[in-house]
Design a protein around this ligand. Structure first.
Ligand code: G3P
Ligand code: MG
Length: 264
């Protein structure tokens, strides 16, 4: 298979480091996504009880809910010590949960880091509803977490894009660094653009299903749109039809398949 000629038209963003082919959010995933030529790597960041940023998607180490990121440890990440969290293995693999510092070390400088800020809440801070993106946490609670994340990233030369479902988290990013690039994540385009206006950014991360329900292309005009999460060729094909700029994808082959079919 030859490299698609128009590959550079679409920013390929490896979701959790190509979670379809590697244990998500691990050093193995970071290395594989880099080796396979991802333009960017999306990673989820939470904090341990002492505030150390770690790369992990779920709130709980033993989450049996929606994620495949299940480990051999138990409890809420933000309640547990850094040694407990970083000693936890992703089940069925030799991979442990990396610190943010270790993860970014595994990524070459020319790969963009898309750092998704997850709610750093302890059991005592459990939100009334999981639909609440800020989890009821104010900026004073987000800010120390965001500062520690950004301190680790500052030491690198990579381009960085911070994203979050929480507008407050991204406000905290901007408070620390006024020119940081931020992208609100939302299921639907309206919510994403409303958050973007409040944050004075032109980058949005809507869900693919949110894009599918857009009438016409006017709500997207003027925005850099990175859609999540492609798992099938149909997903990638739809995203390209919507004219997205970037595709957050579990599989490196998904966007390539679109380019291949375009050329046939
Ligand atoms: O960054 C986009 C996407 O990762 C958001 O959803 O649950 O996979 O973190 P999730
Ligand atoms: Mg994510």
């Amino acid at each position: 298979v030859t490299a698609p000629e128009n590959k550079t038209d679409l920013t390929v963003i490896a979701h959790r480091g190509f979670a379809g082919i590697a244990p998500e959010n691990t050093l193995a995933a970071a290395r594989l996504a880099s080796d396979l030529g991802a333009d960017a790597i999306e990673l989820d960041v939470v904090a341990t009880v002492d505030g150390t940023p770690v790369v992990f998607h779920d709130r709980r180490l033993d989450d049996r809910g929606t994620s495949r990121g299940i480990t051999d440890a138990t409890g809420v990440v933000a309640d547990r010590s850094t040694s407990t969290v970083t000693g936890a293995h992703v089940l069925g693999t030799d991979q442990t949960i990396p610190t943010l510092a270790a993860f970014v070390e595994a990524v070459p400088n020319d790969v963009i880091l898309n750092v998704e800020l997850k709610r750093p809440s302890t059991t005592a801070e459990t939100p009334a509803s999981s639909a609440e993106p800020d989890g009821g946490l104010g900026q004073e609670r987000w800010q120390p977490f965001v500062n520690r994340v950004m301190e680790r990233i500052d030491r690198r030369r990579n381009d960085v894009l911070y994203s979050s479902f929480s507008q407050t988290a991204l406000k905290a990013v901007r408070s620390r660094s006024a020119d940081a690039r931020v992208a609100p994540i939302a299921r639907d385009v309206d919510t994403a653009t409303t958050m973007a206006a409040a944050l004075d950014t032109r980058i949005i991360h809507p869900a693919l299903d949110g894009l599918r329900s857009v009438q016409g292309d006017s709500p997207l005009r003027g925005y850099t749109v990175n859609a999540w999460t492609a798992r099938t060729w149909q997903d990638a094909d739809d995203a390209v039809q919507f004219g997205v700029d970037g595709l957050i994808t579990d599989y490196p082959s998904v966007p390539s398949a679109v380019f291949e079919s375009d050329r046939s």
